[in-house]
Structure formats: structure tokens, C-alpha cells
Design a protein around this ligand. Structure first.
Ligand code: SF4
Ligand code: F3S
Ligand code: FES
Length: 239
């Protein structure tokens, strides 16, 4: 099939503003991914096209893009999902709400700064069990945060959230997912510190239950549900 590809381009060294680049590719297999077609443009037509990617298998989280108006990982988006027939139109833009560095590459630092704010690591200063044993946990307790352990920090969620677009100080759904992963871990002792972060003026109450984040998550994490659970802890005081 043929793919008509529109790519948002911007080179800060020569462009005063962003513009659309157009490319037509023939002999695209419907099971090719959007990353495959972007790589073809870069390798066969225009080597200056800039994009982030690494694993090509939905693991590293580096190729989150806005594809036909919705956030997704380019390497997990098959061309056949975007249209059928002899010709498919695909529009690719950088994710929104973060500064564009070049073409499809955004500055992830504001996103990572919010990630660091929620203390995304295990906190427990009490003595570990004797004989070098692990801190045990029931299967039931583990399941309370199982979903939020799957996050790959791709930013598809946060950069699809209208509240984050409106105010980048909002900590955002990805950071709340990370906070959830530790707040609901029965072995962790840092919940109070994390709840102080996600409970402040730029925390969970900025979430208006829009659900874009849940729709965009390539790991199928129930992001809005995780945010609701954190809101409930803040309201009731009970984990
Ligand atoms: Fe990506 Fe999902 Fe994690 Fe958000 S919650 S950063 S969409 S993996
Ligand atoms: Fe934003 Fe998700 Fe809430 S899109 S408003 S964080 S439900
Ligand atoms: Fe690693 Fe797509 S390139 S998730």
C-alpha cells in the first residue's frame, strides 16, 4: 500500500516556526509500524529527520508521538490500524505540552522532574527481617499496585492530558502512577511524603477525570483509576 505521511518538522537552527513535511512511501506492508515508515523516511529520503527510538518493541518508551491526533508509541502502532485500502494518510507530530527540541523530539526534562518529585523509589528505614530474608508480602497486597508497576515512563499519558497542557506545573498522570506504585506497597514507608506532593495544589486535584491518559497508555494501565485511588486516600486518610 501507499502511505501519505505528514510529519511536523522544526529545526531551531534554521526555522522560525514549525511546518508540515510531506512524504509518499510505496510498498508499505500493512503490518509495518509507524516507526518503520518514519525510519524509511530517515534512512531513504531525508536523513535530517529527528526522532527518538530504541527498542522498537514497546519496552523503552522513547517513541511516544501524536499519531493522527492521538498519543501512541510509534513502534506499537501498525499502519493497518490507521486505515485500509491502497492508500493511508498518517500524520505524525511531537507529543504536546513539552518543548520541541527538533522535529519529533521533545525535551523530557519537565516530565522527568515531576517523576522525581514523587520520590519514585522504595523507602523503608526499619530493620529488615532476620537471616537476610526478604520483606514478605501477600499476593493480595502485591495486587494492589500490580497495574502501576507496568509503567515505562513514555509520557503518552501526561502529554495527552488537557490539565497538563493548561498548566505544566500539574504533576501529571505518569507521576501519580509512580506515586501509586509505592503508596500502595505494604512494605514501603514513604506514603506520607508522597501524599504531600500529590495532594498539593498541583497534584491529583488538577485531574478532571478526562480519561485521555487511560486511552493513551500503551501498557493498558488503568491510569484514571489509579488517580482515583490516590484521591480517595487523600480524602479518607486510609490506604
Ligand atoms: Fe506511559 Fe502508561 Fe506510564 Fe503514562 S502510565 S508514562 S502512558 S506507560
Ligand atoms: Fe488528565 Fe487523565 Fe485526569 S487525562 S484530567 S490525568 S483522567
Ligand atoms: Fe522503545 Fe518504541 S522504540 S517503546
Amino acid at each position: 500500500m501507499q502511505v501519505n505521511l505528514r510529519i511536523r518538522r522544526f529545526n531551531p537552527e534554521k526555522d522560525s516556526k514549525a511546518y508540515w513535511g510531506e512524504f509518499n512511501l510505496n510498498d508499505v506492508d500493512p503490518t509495518d509500524t509507524v516507526l518503520d515508515v518514519l525510519n524509511r523516511v530517515k534512512w531513504e529520503i531525508d536523513g535530517t529527520l529527528s526522532l527518538r527510538r530504541s527498542c522498537a518493541h514497546g519496552v523503552c518508551g522513547s517513541d511516544a508521538l501524536r499519531i493522527n491526533g492521538s498519543n501512541a508509541l510509534a513502534c506499537k502502532t501498525l499502519v493497518k490500524r490507521l486505515g485500509s485500502g491502497d492508500s493511508v494518510k498518517i500524520q505524525v507530530e511531537p507529543i504536546l505540552g513539552l518543548p520541541v527540541i527538533k522535529d519529533l523530539i521533545v525535551d523530557m526534562e519537565p516530565f522527568m522532574a515531576h517523576y522525581r518529585e514523587v520520590l519514585p523509589y522504595f523507602i523503608n528505614d526499619s530493620e529488615p527481617p532476620e537471616n537476610g530474608r526478604e520483606r514478605l508480602q501477600s499476593q493480595e497486597d502485591r495486587m494492589r499496585f500490580d497495574d502501576t508497576t507496568k509503567c515505562i515512563l513514555c509520557a503518552c499519558c501526561t502529554s495527552s492530558c488537557p490539565s497538563f497542557w493548561a498548566n505544566g506545573q500539574y504533576v501529571g498522570p505518569a507521576a501519580i502512577v509512580q506515586a501509586h506504585r509505592f503508596i500502595f506497597d505494604s512494605r514501603d514507608e514513604g506514603a506520607e511524603e508522597r501524599l504531600a506532593v500529590v495532594g498539593d495544589a498541583f497534584g491529583v486535584w488538577r485531574c478532571r477525570t478526562n480519561f485521555n491518559c487511560t486511552s493513551a497508555c500503551p501498557r493498558d494501565i488503568e491510569v484514571t483509576e489509579a488517580i482515583a485511588q490516590v484521591k480517595k486516600v487523600l480524602t479518607t486518610g486510609e490506604i
